[in-house]
Design a protein around this ligand. Structure first.
Ligand SMILES: Cc1cc2nc3c(=O)[nH]c(=O)nc-3n(C[C@H](O)[C@H](O)[C@H](O)COP(=O)(O)OP(=O)(O)OC[C@H]3O[C@@H](n4cnc5c(N)ncnc54)[C@H](O)[C@@H]3O)c2cc1C
Length: 399
């Protein structure tokens, strides 16, 4: 078995590492400290990263994008996250949606949305499912009950659809130019059969941004409400078929929305391991360094083991998903993308907690870097569905 990266993957890794060290890290803590959550965003870092290909990484070469495979995307994600996981996520949020445009959308939609996305360094993408009363359950809905699942309503009006309702906590919400929005087009059947996926540009009449959320972690990343008040969407903006939204959204075999979160987590773990290795080598009480103490060594070993096992699981899963995207049916059925995300939540929270714990009594003192890593790590608990419901991905293996 060969664990080495190919030349292209190594080049992306080095480019991302350099960008994280020279551009992301120097602004990370300052951005995190800004009290107004809507002001933590920085277009300058987005534009610089975009010019290096980090915004468009997932766009296939046929469309003029970098066409990076999923292994490469995970490598880049982790490197950027070592600098700042929220900034890394702001970039990768575009990868999965541009991938969906490339894989699932019509030629006309690709022309209308992929081309401007590639041309504009500030063109950000997002996807909206969560609503004030609908969160985890749209991931593992009790499929038979039409009362569960999102309620945003879409009604046909000639060549258009009229959308009414609200989405909440939507990533890139206040900075995005285009959103994939899941709406209900038939309330009599379960959400899996009665929903449709709409492509909604932000200049759509009747569409506006609502509240922006003041999060404890990932403060750079913008989460906002999307409000639809008789929003008028052309029929040509439907992804797939009417009432085929569930299928459209799940027909991208990359399952990158789980994988990217795990890859981001390993970058945070790398940052925590790196920080603690500096700390433990500094002389402490009686001239001894914390690294001289066996109990500290045990904790360092645990941090390292967990980080490396997560990395191995991510890379194995990314390899599987690349094969699935190339048509491999065995790998397509793997449950690992969901499970590695669950594992990443446990690892990131343990490793960032140990980063604080090893600091002894100093751990009770405010430490901007350790605090940030822990606050960012907490975000994993409620990302993309509660982790308890996410672990039900295992049902794939029981079929
Ligand atoms: C940083 C961030 C970015 C996000 N980005 C997006 C985005 O871009 N697009 C988007 O659509 N959403 C996004 N979300 C929303 C995210 O998907 C939801 O937070 C997630 O699905 C959980 O839903 P919820 O917050 O409604 O919590 P809930 O699902 O309501 O869960 C709250 C608690 O209730 C429990 N619970 C839930 N259901 C049940 C049940 N049936 N029985 C017993 N207990 C239950 C859960 O275990 C949990 O402890 C984002 C969230 C975060 C934090």
């Amino acid at each position: 078995m060969d664990f080495s990266f190919n030349q292209e993957q190594r080049e992306w890794q080095m480019k991302a590492r350099q960008f994280a060290e020279e551009q992301i890290r120097p602004i990370s803590l300052a951005r995190d400290r800004i009290a107004d959550a809507a002001s933590t965003w920085d277009w300058d870092i987005i534009k610089k990263g975009s010019k290096l290909g980090f915004r468009t990484l997932g766009v296939p070469k046929a469309w003029g994008g970098p066409g990076a495979d999923l292994v490469t995307q995970c490598i880049v994600m982790a490197e950027l996250a070592r600098g700042d996981s929220a900034i890394s996520k702001a970039f990768s949020q575009n990868w999965k949606w541009s991938q969906l445009i490339a894989v699932v959308c019509t030629k006309d939609q690709q022309e209308r949305f992929l081309k401007p996305f590639l041309a504009d360094d500030t063109y950000m993408l997002g996807g909206a499912r969560t609503e004030p009363n609908v969160g985890s359950d749209h991931r593992m809905t009790p499929n038979s009950d039409p009362k569960t699942g999102f309620r945003l309503k879409a009604e046909r009006d000639g060549d258009h659809w009229i959308l009414n309702g609200e989405k909440t906590f939507i990533a890139n919400g206040s900075v995005g130019k285009l959103f994939f929005v899941s709406a209900r087009t038939d309330f009599k059947v379960p959400v899996t059969e009665g929903s449709t996926e709409f492509i909604v540009p932000t200049d759509t009449p009747g569409f506006r941004i609502g509240k922006k959320f003041n999060k404890a972690g990932w403060r750079f990343y913008q989460n906002a409400e999307l409000i639809f008040e008789n929003a008028r969407i052309p029929h040509t903006n439907i992804v797939g078929e009417v009432n085929g939204g569930w299928k459209a959204r799940t027909s991208d075999p990359s399952q990158f929305n789980d994988l990217e979160l795990a890859a981001n987590a390993v970058g945070v773990c790398d940052a925590a391991v790196e920080a603690i290795m500096v700390f433990v080598k500094k002389p402490g009480r009686g001239g001894r360094t914390p690294a001289d103490q066996q109990r500290v060594q045990l904790k360092l070993a645990e941090m390292h083991m967990l980080t490396e096992s997560l990395r191995a699981y991510i890379m194995r899963t990314a390899w599987e998903r690349d094969l699935a995207c190339a048509g491999d049916k065995v790998q397509a059925a793997s449950a690992n993308a969901g499970l590695v995300m669950v594992y990443s939540q446990e690892v990131i929270q343990r490793v960032t907690a140990l980063n604080r714990d090893v600091r002894g009594s100093a751990r009770g003192v405010m430490n901007a870097s350790a605090d940030k890593l822990e606050r960012d790590a907490f975000i994993w608990t409620h990302l993309a569905g509660d982790s308890l419901s996410r672990i039900k991905t295992i049902k794939k293996m029981l079929r």
